[in-house]
Design a protein around this ligand. Structure first.
Ligand code: HEC
Length: 92
C-alpha cells in the first residue's frame, strides 16, 4: 500500500514537472525570460502563433510591458531579438 502511494506521488510529480517545463518556446538565451514573462496573462501560443518583424515585436513587447509584463529594460532588445529570430515574418 505504502509503495503504491509513493509510486502515485512520483508519477504525479513527473506529470506536473513535464507540464511545467515542456513549452512551445525554442531554446535560447531569452527562453526563460519569455517563457515566464509572456505566459503570465495568456498562453504561450498567443506569442508563438505570431509572425512579426523586429519593429512589430518591439511594439508588442512595449505594449505588454505597459500591460504589466515583467521584462527588464536590459533584456528588452534581447527579448525582441529572440522573438524575431524564432517568430519572425514568414518567408524572410
Ligand atoms: C500583464 C499581462 C500580460 C503579459 C505579462 C503579457 N501579455 Fe501579451 N497580451 C496581454 C493581453 C491582455 C492581450 C490581448 C489584448 C491585446 O492585444 O493587447 C495580449 C496579447 C498579446 C499578443 C497578441 C496581440 C498582438 O499584439 O499581436 C501577443 C503577440 C502578445 N500578447 C505577446 C506577449 C509577449 C511577447 C509577452 C512577454 C514579453 C506578453 N505578451 C506578456 C497581456 C499580457
Amino acid at each position: 500500500m505504502k509503495r503504491v502511494l509513493i509510486a502515485a506521488m512520483l508519477f504525479g510529480g513527473v506529470v506536473v514537472s513535464t507540464a511545467a517545463s515542456a513549452d512551445e518556446f525554442p531554446p535560447g538565451e531569452m527562453h526563460d525570460v519569455v517563457a515566464t514573462a509572456c505566459t503570465a496573462c495568456h498562453v504561450g501560443a498567443q506569442v508563438t502563433a505570431q509572425h512579426k518583424t523586429s519593429e512589430q515585436w518591439a511594439e508588442t513587447v512595449s505594449q505588454m510591458i505597459s500591460n504589466g509584463a515583467q521584462v527588464k529594460d536590459s533584456d528588452f532588445d534581447k527579448v525582441v531579438a529572440y522573438l524575431t529570430q524564432n517568430f519572425g515574418p514568414v518567408g524572410q
